[in-house]
Design a protein around this ligand. Structure first.
Ligand SMILES: Cc1cc2nc3c(=O)[nH]c(=O)nc-3n(C[C@H](O)[C@H](O)[C@H](O)COP(=O)(O)O)c2cc1C
Length: 223
């Protein structure tokens, strides 16, 4: 049990992009994944299939993914991942990138630096664990909303125990590599991954902070 309130966990959670190598004890992993099972889902179908990868299995995957990223291997995500943002959404995306690259000291024009920062995703930002969240075929958008609920529930349970997380669409860009490495059938389609472990507070990337638009701009109350 932890003493952090739900509000505190929500406010404390942020994406961490630099981890210590220390593993999270299995007892704690069992606890947080048991909590995450309580996430709600359409008709309670619980469509998430999380594969938690650590140790030698993570090392193998890290090597294969980083190699693909360094070589610029074509991405083959199970769902389209172009993510073209316009208007306010583009402005928010740019702001998040400015915060992150600014903290890391990577200039906007430094293409090699930006590429290296992207490849760090495929290195799990040095984390000792990652969870790859799959959905069985033919689940689609409706069940993907359940996966989002699952992932946030999991990340909050982790935050409450001092475990840092980073949800990463980047970990869903090479599902073929992940399936081959873990011996999974292609009836399981990959949405994204979450790297997790203990924060390396000396990593410059972890100084980045992003804001949110004010509630008044986001929420419409109707009566
Ligand atoms: C589904 C999902 C995918 C994401 N993919 C990435 C990613 O590939 N790489 C990354 O560094 N951050 C990724 N993020 C983290 C977002 O950039 C981050 O949540 C957002 O900027 C808000 O910052 P915060 O999490 O620190 O509050 C992702 C977040 C979500 C929810």
């Amino acid at each position: 049990m932890t003493k952090m309130t739900v509000d505190e966990a929500i406010l404390q959670r942020r994406s961490v992009r630099g981890f210590l190598p220390d593993e999270v004890p299995q007892r704690t992993l069992d606890e947080v994944f048991a909590i995450a099972q309580r996430a709600p889902s359409n008709c309670n179908v619980q469509p998430w299939v999380p594969h938690v990868v650590s140790g030698a299995a993570l090392q193998r995957l890290r090597t294969a993914l980083v190699e693909a990223g360094r070589q610029g291997a074509p991405i083959q995500p199970d769902w389209p991942a172009e993510g073209k943002f316009n208007g306010v959404y583009r402005a928010r995306q740019v702001d998040a990138a400015v915060q992150l690259y600014g903290a890391m000291g990577v200039e906007r024009t430094d293409l090699a630096g930006r590429r290296a920062a992207y490849v760090r995703n495929l290195d799990f930002f040095g984390a000792p664990h990652a969870v790859f969240i799959f959905m069985p075929h033919p689940f689609d958008t409706r069940e993907a909303t359940d996966i989002g609920m699952y992932a946030q529930t999991l990340m909050l349970a982790m935050t409450a125990r001092g475990i840092a997380t980073c949800a990463q669409g980047a970990l869903g860009l090479y599902p073929g590599i992940v399936r081959a490495s873990l011996g999974l059938p292609d009836t399981q389609r990959l949405l994204f991954g979450v790297s997790f472990g203990y924060e390396d507070r000396t990593d410059k990337a972890n100084a980045a902070r992003v804001g949110r638009v004010p509630t008044g701009e986001a929420v419409r109350f109707h009566r």
